[in-house]
Design a protein around this ligand. Sequence first.
Ligand SMILES: Cc1cc2nc3c(=O)[nH]c(=O)nc-3n(C[C@H](O)[C@H](O)[C@H](O)COP(=O)(O)OP(=O)(O)OC[C@H]3O[C@@H](n4cnc5c(N)ncnc54)[C@H](O)[C@@H]3O)c2cc1C
Length: 434
Amino acid sequence: MARVCVIGAGLGGMASAARLARLGHDVVVVERLEHLGGALGFLERDGYRWDTGPAWTTLPAVIRDLFRKSGRPLDQELELVPVQPLREHRFEDGQAVQLPWGNRSALRAALDEGLGAGRGDQWIGYLDRFAHQWELLRTGYLEHLYSPALVGKDLGRLLATRNTLHRAALRAFKDERLRALATSQATVDGHDPRNVPSWLGVSAYVEQKFGAWTVPGGMGTLATALTARLREREVEVQSGTTVMDVVVEEGRAVGVATAHGVLDADVVVCAVDPRRLPALAGHVRRTMPAIPPVVCHLGLRGEVPDLPHEVVLHGDPLLVVRTGGRAPEGGKAWTVLGRGRLAEDVVTALARRKVDVRDSLEVRVDRSPRELVEAWGGSPYGVLWQGRATLSQRMGTATPIEGLYCAGSHATPGAGVPFVGLGAALVAESVGKA
Ligand SMILES: Cc1cc2nc3c(=O)[nH]c(=O)nc-3n(C[C@H](O)[C@H](O)[C@H](O)COP(=O)(O)OP(=O)(O)OC[C@H]3O[C@@H](n4cnc5c(N)ncnc54)[C@H](O)[C@@H]3O)c2cc1C
């Protein structure tokens, strides 16, 4: 049995801790805030409740596997329900399309009807190109420890490609709207598609194949369930405690230095931005964080447009409206994420895009990117893509320091609920059984 110290109790830290405790280790989690979950959680105001971070996830198997491998199956704790349609896209030319998932003919019909005949086949043809890439990535990078020295030829070639998402979309489509469909998720996640490798487009394929899923009442419930799981697994939680650095002796991690003293450990898992820990900062000096969007939580009452759970309003700024918050009777709780040139107020920008809720506004909470980074001690969006080299410049699961592993959005395989979940599984696999 090893004494494991996990730094940070976001999804990455909690998932790693629960898995490692189940493997028989003695685990302590150190979290600077009083509550656990990081970006995964709720904000409540005047009877309204919004998810502060994720509103949905793809690859539901990742969450199911986490619960199964850390104790009882997920369905005994909480429900994961499919979200259909995936989202609605509204374009600057006034056209709109609601994308369903899991049904090719429905997808084809929706695109043909919304964007014009033939667009469905063009989009499906683009997605189909990712089927093989997905298998390569899944087997050699997402579900198994990735090491540049050990990957097979095909995966190595894919990961080393100079082709960018921007260029792939330009080549694949003449229609600007299809190009926007291919690149907008990267933009929403804080990246410039010109700096993102083309294989990241696999996320559109994954959404189509595995769908979008959420938890009734909000994804923040997942943090509550994981907090309970840590308690059951007798994981010690030191909340309200900031880790200042990893203690390294003779090239090996032997503990963490906190504001309250040193905690000895045989194994350390860093599930925070490694740029903030001096022992790791030098190893990731070429990386930059992907900054969160402007976030605006709205409590609405009265005549409110009926929108699907997510609507992307294309253009600059790019606005994403999420409608799944909890509101008092007769109200609606929306969250708006904004990217790009947001020179005007978010609600005014929405009205200009014909989503006018100015007369229905009852409560509003604005959170700037800086405020979010300060709240969580780093960006939950992980590392900014600055070209293909970013893959080797960010932390892998294992680090150059013996006994020190990395999980969370800043480590391989990256940000977002499914990838952070997969990263925690890779940490558990690396550390192994007690
Ligand atoms: C607005 C928003 C919307 C999002 N929407 C989605 C979505 O719909 N779907 C999706 O899949 N993903 C989404 N994401 C991304 C997803 O939330 C993150 O990738 C994921 O939750 C990151 O988890 P994490 O554990 O890496 O980091 P975090 O959630 O950032 O947690 C890090 C934790 O570490 C703590 N910490 C930091 N420094 C220290 C220290 N020195 N000592 C001790 N503790 C420390 C922090 O307080 C925090 O609790 C969204 C994110 C945001 C912000």
